[in-house]
Design a protein around this ligand. Structure first.
Ligand SMILES: Nc1ncnc2c1ncn2[C@@H]1O[C@H](COP(=O)(O)OP(=O)(O)OP(=O)(O)O)[C@@H](O)[C@H]1O
Ligand SMILES: [Mg+2]
Length: 240
């Protein structure tokens, strides 16, 4: 982790398009190392696309992606994953027809970890998963599935976790619980970018907040600053 103030991740003037249709129109986002940065915004704002660019799944049509100050624009998702960038996509990165234990152990096949270590890491962080280790992942509650997805991400020793609506379908109380776990992860040095719908929870837990709309960044700053600037109209009326 750089100590000289170089952000862990930075997007500079990033544009991105599906086929010929541009959906990100030049966005700047700075993610300091060890921070929890939240991205808010209405449906279709470009939040998931932004995470895809950050993870290397999508190549920007213009602009730069910097990782620890190095230009990684156009680097493949596989290569970025090797350097510790981990995307948990919308709709949970788990295998519903495998047991919890099998999900946790999936990553022994891809890499360098021993089964025992992976189980220990996962079950220590999320004790409820140990109790459910022989249950099919698809039969876990929504919150438990998110914990499983997170524990799978953590087993790869990520430097940067990109979470796309990890709270989807969860009751507000569970969202807060999940985010306190996510918050705690940053104390171990992991950096997290979380796309979220729940403005309240994000404003409580995040170090900084980016508000997107129509493929651009509309607001960015500390939760306090963003909360102040977010209009009642945005909070009340932008989501249907
Ligand atoms: N695979 C795709 N092909 C074509 N257009 C896409 C594709 N994925 C997204 N888009 C378009 O790009 C724009 C941004 O989509 P994106 O998924 O990034 O939004 P989002 O902010 O994540 O929205 P949501 O809150 O609904 O998840 C939208 O207009 C969407 O229709
Ligand atoms: Mg999305």
């Amino acid at each position: 982790m750089p100590v000289d103030g170089t952000p862990l991740l930075e997007l500079r003037g990033v544009k991105a398009a599906y086929e010929k249709v541009e959906v990100l129109h030049g966005i700047d986002i700075v993610v300091p190392g060890g921070a929890l940065v939240a991205i808010l915004g209405p449906n279709g704002a470009g939040k998931s696309t932004t995470l895809r660019v950050m993870s290397g799944l999508m190549k920007p049509t213009a602009g730069q992606v910097l990782l620890e100050g190095f230009d990684v624009t156009g680097t493949s998702a596989e290569q970025l994953a090797e350097t510790g960038v981990c995307l948990i996509p919308e709709g949970r990165g788990i295998f519903p027809n495998l047991t919890v234990r099998e999900n946790v152990l999936m990553d022994t096949y891809t890499g360098h970890r021993h089964a025992r270590d992976l189980e220990e890491i996962a079950f220590e962080r999320f004790p409820v998963l140990r109790e459910r280790s022989d249950q099919l992942a698809g039969t876990l509650s929504g919150g438990e599935q998110q914990m499983l997805a997170l524990s799978r991400a953590l087993s790869t020793d990520p430097a940067l976790i990109l979470l796309d609506e990890v709270s989807m379908g969860l009751a507000p109380m569970l969202v807060a619980e999940l985010f306190s776990v996510v918050r705690e992860l940053t104390t171990t040095g992991v950096t997290i970018v979380a796309v979220e719908q729940f403005a309240d929870v994000v404003l409580e837990f995040a170090d900084s907040v980016v508000v997107m709309a129509h493929g651009g960044v509309r607001l960015a700053g500390t939760p306090r600053k963003v909360a102040r600037e977010l209009t009642a109209a945005y909070l009340g009326g932008s989501k249907r």
